[in-house]
Design a protein around this ligand. Sequence first.
Ligand code: HEC
Ligand code: HEC
Ligand code: HEC
Ligand code: HEC
Ligand code: HEC
Ligand code: HEC
Ligand code: HEC
Ligand code: HEC
Length: 497
Amino acid sequence: MRSVRAYPFGLAAIVLATLATGCTSEKVVYRSGTNFAAPPAAGANFVGYYDVAGKQTVCGSCHVDFQTRWSKTKHASAWADLQASGGAKGYCEACHTVNNLGNFAADTAVGFRSTKADRYHDVQCESCHGSGLTHASAPSSANRPLASIVSDTTVTSGCGGCHTGSHDPFASEWQKSGHSKTWAASYKSTDPYCQGCHTGQGALANWGVKGNYVEKNNTSNGTKNMVSATCAVCHDPHGSDNDHQLRFPLNAPNLEANLCIKCHQRRATAGDVVTEPGNTRNSVHSPEGPTLLGNAGWFPPGMSAADSIIGTHGTPSRNPKLCATCHVQSYSGTDPVTKQQVFYTGHRFLATPCVGANGLPTDDQTCNVTAQTFRSCVAGGCHGTESAAKSAFTTAQARIALLVGQANTLVTQAKAGPKKAECTFAPNVTHTTCTGTQLNVSLANAPGSFVHNPFLVERLLIASINQMKKDYNLTVSASINLAPQLSMPVRIAGGAR
Ligand code: HEC
Ligand code: HEC
Ligand code: HEC
Ligand code: HEC
Ligand code: HEC
Ligand code: HEC
Ligand code: HEC
Ligand code: HEC
């Protein structure tokens, strides 16, 4: 077991002015003769470093951009950090050096494990790409050592080869999350549009990652071996300008630039629902991004469609990690029974998980609110106490449920009235008050909407109810207060929708 463990909560902003080149524009610089001394036979074709002190990999002598980027990642200091921890033991070394972990080497007695040579210190290129002596000696497309983007806990080839076990349970947590099932969730759709968000290959292709990897060409026949949203989808294995090697920033309040929102934004506005090619449903699909940023739903005539209604949760100056503040929250604790330290990496992506006695999320996530933890609301610095956050949660939930009930009642009445034709949605037809109200109910009912942006959802429902009342001559229950009850949003701003 590891004796050292730390989960930094702070954002040490790494702002690099520019990266020389992205991974898509890499130029192989072919040097005259590869710069390395032959590796020991027991290394089993792993080449490792040719300059240990300079952290110069053999691979990087040709792939210079990759070398530059990788050298700034924590993988490049894995050995030094292990030694500096004061807890280094023999059994710690495998995950902090080059060997079979992370790649397809069939034998375990390879690289550092069989030689203990310095050239195999750190998590280098070959940790993920596998042994490269043949390729480095005479590079060709036939012998290029491709990495895998799989993060399955059942294999050691991939990030899960090291990011696993009770102290680093990234892979096992991810496996329990919806992100390990994104392809299955889309009913294994072969449509490239669906695959762009529901498969690893589709997302990487959409995002301009052009290089090859083992599973890349599995897309050729659509349904074979597609992977879900794995580690290498969110994290750039070669490093990036963003903390934790994320491919895109977390703080961008922008549909196209934010890591999470790039996927979590399919059909959220009235315009999306009407214009999405082939769409026949008057409902939202992954509306979380636009909801957080204040633009989701149908804006009734009483509300300006140019406005966005944004709360603290969607304001980067107040909530710098946006989605990740609530959904990727790591912590450690002590199990009251075993007295062992336990770790949660946040990679189940649960905002307010049901937790067991040891403080870790339970497999069954269908508990009562009293068994949920609200620590992510407090750790973000937004809410003073967990109970204050819980109370805001239940208040918003009840208020939105009340308004949804009223809106549904009015829709039912309108469907029985003289203008009932206005209640039927048709593709490419602008929303009526009745179909718009139904869309807002779909948005309000989407899991998490009442937390993502309670102010927007409340105001959309109130305006919908008022408009239903007016257009269809209906009566609203006297017990429903149609003045906003949830506290004020941070801002109501005119802006592009
Ligand atoms: C199963 C593979 C594995 C083993 C075995 C392992 N580590 Fe690590 N170690 C990792 C991974 C993965 C990370 C990065 C996790 C992160 O950033 O949260 C890491 C990070 C670290 C770090 C730097 C970040 C931190 O949390 O402080 C130190 C220091 C460290 N390990 C020390 C050790 C020591 C000491 C041992 C043996 C007692 C050990 N490791 C055994 C996989 C392992
Ligand atoms: C002597 C220079 C040289 C060295 C050393 C070298 N490579 Fe390459 N690498 C190349 C060239 C040239 C290509 C293009 C081969 C082709 O497709 O014909 C290539 C291709 C690749 C590719 C495939 C890229 C793609 O998108 O198709 C990967 C992955 C790769 N190398 C990884 C490595 C790794 C890992 C190492 C270290 C074990 C390494 N290379 C060492 C020159 C080198
Ligand atoms: C050979 C073992 C090994 C493999 C394979 C491996 N890692 Fe790591 N990873 C580590 C260790 C050890 C550290 C901690 C290094 C340190 O802090 O000293 C680490 C650190 C990281 C960090 C840095 C976290 C931070 O706070 O910046 C990220 C992100 C990461 N790994 C992602 C990945 C991804 C994604 C993959 C697969 C594409 C992967 N790793 C494969 C061992 C591994
Ligand atoms: C933590 C695991 C990991 C490490 C370390 C790593 N790679 Fe990769 N590499 C991958 C994965 C996964 C891919 C495919 C996804 C991608 O391109 O982002 C890849 C893709 C590549 C490609 C093909 C992409 C392209 O644009 O041509 C090359 C070349 C490459 N790596 C070289 C290297 C070199 C050289 C190093 C060391 C300096 C290195 N890698 C370190 C995991 C890793
Ligand atoms: C859906 C996107 C996503 C996926 C998939 C994902 N991560 Fe992460 N990961 C994140 C985010 C976001 C953070 C940063 C959280 C923060 O800044 O607080 C992070 C942080 C990390 C860190 C640094 C954590 C720390 O406390 O030092 C490591 C290491 C890591 N991830 C490894 C992995 C591995 C391994 C996998 C696959 C098993 C994986 N991630 C899958 C989004 C993702
Ligand atoms: C590559 C696209 C993609 C990215 C990037 C992505 N997600 Fe997801 N996410 C999905 C899909 C698809 C699902 C639905 C999976 C399912 O229902 O099984 C999902 C499900 C979820 C869920 C429900 C989790 C569960 O276990 O059911 C949460 C919460 C979530 N994502 C949050 C995030 C956060 C936070 C980020 C950014 C750190 C993020 N996602 C990045 C595609 C993505
Ligand atoms: C722009 C990205 C994106 C596109 C394109 C996309 N989806 Fe999704 N989808 C998501 C996200 C993110 C989720 C999870 C969040 C949610 O359910 O609100 C999701 C959820 C789902 C779910 C619900 C899964 C569950 O477990 O509840 C199904 C089913 C689904 N998508 C099918 C499809 C199909 C079929 C297509 C193609 C016609 C498609 N999606 C296109 C992003 C997308
Ligand atoms: C202020 C905290 C917070 C922020 C910020 C936040 N969420 Fe959530 N999210 C929650 C809570 C709490 C729930 C669960 C509500 C419930 O229990 O019904 C949730 C639910 C979800 C769900 C549905 C999960 C399920 O089980 O079906 C998805 C998907 C999701 N959020 C994605 C996102 C994305 C993507 C972002 C960023 C655009 C985001 N969230 C921002 C707190 C947050």
